[in-house]
Design a protein around this ligand. Sequence first.
Ligand SMILES: [Zn+2]
Length: 290
Amino acid sequence: MKLRLFAVLGAASMLLAPLAQAEDASWTQAQQPFRIYGNTWYVGTHGLSAILITSPQGHVLIDGTLPGNAKLIEANIEALGFHMKDIKLILNSHAHSDHAGAIATLAEASGAQVSASQAGAKALMAGGDDPEDPQYGETAHYPPIARVGVVADGGSARVGNIEVQAHYTPGHTPGSTSWTWRSCEENRCLNMVYADSVTALGNKDYRLRDLKHPNREPEFRHTFDIVAGLQCDILMTPHPDASDFLEKVALRDQGKLPNPLVDTKACKTYADAARVRFDSKVQEELKRTH
Ligand SMILES: [Zn+2]
C-alpha cells in the first residue's frame, strides 16, 4: 500500500513537474535550423538551444533539449544534410530536463558517446535526480543516460579536427559547464562560446548564503569571473533569449554589418548581468532574514 501510494505520488509529480517546466511554449516550438558560423549550426527548438559542430570525421552535438523534442532535433540535423549516425559525441551544459532530456534518445539514435563535467555526468546518469541540485525536488526527471564520460575542467573533447574545451561554471547546477571551440570561414576563425545558465534558482529551502553550503556564493562569483573572461567572439546560451541570440541572427540575415552575432563583449555582458541579479538576490535574502 505504502509502495503503491508512493508510486501514485511519484506519477503525479512526474506529471506536474514537466507541466510546470513546459510553461514556455517556445521550448517545444519547431525552429528552422541554420548556420551560426563556419561549421557551427543551430539545431534546437525556438526557445531551447542545441548546437551542432560538424567535421568530415564526425560531429559534436551540445545539448538535446526536452525529452519530447528528440524528433525535432533529429529532423533539424537531417534537414541541414547531416546524419545522426555521424554524431560521435554529445556534450551537455547542465543536467536539467530542458537541456539534457532528449540526450538518451539522441545518443541511442546516433551511437554517440555522451560526455559532461564530473558532477554533470553523475546527474545525467541519474536522469536529473540529483540531491545536490539547488532545484532538487522541483525539476522534472528524464530518461537516464547509461554511460557518461567525464571531461576535466580545462580539458578538451575531440572529434576529428573539432576540439571543444570544458570550463566548469557551477552554480545553476553543480555540474554546469561552458564549452568553447573555434569555427572558421575562409581565413577568419572565431572563438565560439556556449556559456551555461548562470542564474541562481533553487527550491524553497535554497539560500545563496547557507552555512551548510559555504561554497555556494564564492562558487557563483568565480563562475561569473570565468564566463566574463572567456575569449568570446560568438556567444550562445542554452536559452537563446538569454543573449537575444535569435534576434541577432535575424539582423545578420538581413545583412546588418558588422555581423551582430560577433560581439567580443558578449560573455562579459552576460556574466555582468547575472552578477547584478545575483547581488540583488543576496540583498533580498538578507532583508528577509533580518
Ligand atoms: Zn536549468
